[in-house]
Design a protein around this ligand. Structure first.
Ligand code: R5P
Length: 302
């Protein structure tokens, strides 16, 4: 992909370098200057004329990243880029998919419409699809989803003997079920009640037959980590061994990481969609394949 340039946001530089190695794209140089008043100046230092441009930006803390991202995308196009795609391993604003309370914004729709106006395509990893079945319900651009399940299952097969996969809530069933099938392990799904952002309760597992197995909690997002911490305490109270906790996207907001460690887990690991010390499951290769696939669909920089 010699006619392709990838611009990484600062936090995503390591993944960006790896994706350039795997795809043959040029790692573009750009500057993001923040003025004292909080406004941004974006400058592209790599020629993009006639090229296919990709922006790598994992969208944790999206409010601070979205404007520089749109400035970068629009400027690349003004400077002659043929296409501008977004590689966002963690896609933000997917959880507010209905109006939970009167007057609330359905931010998933608004955010998707905004991005769809500024980039030509999107590659992401396991977006939080709950009430939406596909990104196509809210994004009007072509998108490709990289599933973490095959790589997560491979890690479990290699590292854990006799696992029992555990999903902390009904929403996690789609991930835990797929990982369990690929890891050839049994799974159970618990019921979660959310009382507030940092307050959840989880049903007791009804899984006596599996008590000798190593519980492996699997969820798409670890945010405050209260879901995983509460599930861990519930499993320990029922006589299970300390669980291994696997999150596709490890946000660990506030004291999330400490909270989860303190709950008595055996190990915490995440995919490298958001840089964190728990990143043990590396998705560079499937991400690179998805990028090559989506760009191939456009022909040569056309
Ligand atoms: C929610 O529905 C997701 O699948 C996760 O279960 C949730 O985001 C975890 O949040 P927290 O870590 O804050 O409990």
């Amino acid at each position: 992909m010699t006619d392709t340039v990838l611009f990484s946001f600062a936090e995503d530089e390591t993944l960006g370098a790896s994706l350039c190695n795997l795809t043959g794209a040029e790692h573009g140089a750009w500057e993001h200057h923040r003025f004292p008043d909080g406004e941004s100046l974006v400058r592209l230092d790599t020629d993009v004329s006639g090229k296919h441009v990709m922006i790598l930006c994992s969208l944790l803390e999206p409010d601070r990243k979205i404007l520089p991202l749109l400035f970068l995308a629009d400027t690349a196009r003004e400077l002659g880029a043929k296409r501008v795609g977004l590689v966002s391993p963690y896609l933000a604003y997917m959880r507010q998919d209905i109006r939970f309370h009167d007057g609330e914004a359905i931010t998933s729709r608004i955010f998707a419409a905004l991005l769809s106006r500024h980039v030509d395509w999107l590659v992401t990893v396991d977006p939080h699809l709950h009430r939406y079945h596909s990104l196509d319900e809210i994004y009007t651009i072509p998108s490709l989803v990289v599933p973490a399940a095959p790589t997560v299952a491979e890690w479990i097969r290699k590292h854990i003997g006799n696992p029992l996969l555990v999903g902390p809530d009904e929403e996690s069933e789609q991930w835990v079920g797929e990982v369990a099938a690929k890891a050839e392990a049994p799974f159970i799904v618990l019921r979660k009640t959310r009382h507030g952002d940092r307050d959840v309760s989880v049903s007791a597992p009804d899984a006596d037959a599996y008590r000798d197995r190593v519980p492996v909690l699997v969820d798409d997002i670890i945010s405050s980590a209260r879901t995983m911490a509460t599930t861990t305490r519930q499993l320990l109270a029922q006589g299970f061994r300390p669980p291994v906790c696997i999150g596709v996207h490890g946000i660990f907001g506030e004291d999330g990481f400490g909270t989860l460690k303190a709950a008595g887990v055996e190990r915490i690991l995440t995919c490298n969609t958001l840089p964190h010390e728990t990143n043990a499951i590396v998705l560079d290769a499937p991400l690179a394949e998805a990028i090559k696939h989506i760009i191939a669909g456009y022909g040569t920089a056309a």
